[in-house]
Ligand binder design. Structure first.
Ligand code: SAM
Length: 174
């Protein structure tokens, strides 16, 4: 069984950002890509009915736990099994370059590929067509993630936070 990512500094940082965002912007539909513990959906569900929230994860254990908490949850590799469009899509992505010392189980939540940006780039390549008019995508990555290819999607840095050995960035797209 693959472990589910326990909320960490990145999760709390993103959750605080979202709390402020949804207090200012009205949204009617939300996709929580890579939901893990559902921490981000827990935040959004304070203002949006759970029936308008879809949580998604490649990890079947995360999906099962999310369903037990009452969320609509789908097991999917990024948008593979998702047809709908949303006002808001977030992804606290696995953003670290591959480290062979890390266990396979935790790599699923933390490793973005050999360079670290591969999953984020695939996500960005698919996300736009799942946005409603004026919809927004927020992606969390870190200073350890290469930015050269991600920058081609014209992100705006909307929040940043220094933690132990890195800096976290929340990027807005589209
Ligand atoms: C850094 S964790 C974030 C979890 C949670 N959203 C949070 O903020 O604490 C990344 C999550 O993305 C999921 N994930 C990794 N690759 C994925 C993929 N290709 N499609 C969907 N989810 C994926 C992992 O299983 C994990 O739950």
């Amino acid at each position: 069984m693959t472990e589910v990512y326990s909320p960490a500094e990145d999760s709390y940082f993103f959750s605080e950002f979202l709390k402020k965002y949804i207090s200012k912007k009205r949204i009617n539909s939300y996709l929580d890509m890579g939901t893990g513990s559902t921490i981000l959906s827990d935040t959004v569900s304070k203002v949006l009915s759970r029936k308008n929230i879809l949580v998604a994860d490649i990890n079947p254990t995360a999906v099962r736990l999310a369903r037990e908490k009452g969320f609509n949850a789908i097991e999917t590799d990024l948008f593979e099994n998702i047809k709908d469009k949303f006002d808001l899509i977030t992804f606290n992505a696995p953003y670290l370059p591959k480290d062979l010392r890390e266990s396979k189980s935790s790599q699923l939540a933390t490793t973005g590929g050999r360079r670290g940006d591969e999953i984020s780039l695939k996500f960005l390549g698919q996300a736009k067509k799942h946005l409603k008019k004026n919809g927004k995508v927020f992606l969390l990555i870190s200073s350890l993630t290469p930015l050269d290819k991600i920058n081609k999607f014209n992100p705006e840095i909307v929040a940043r936070k220094k933690i132990f050995m890195e800096e976290l960035f929340i990027l807005e797209f589209f």
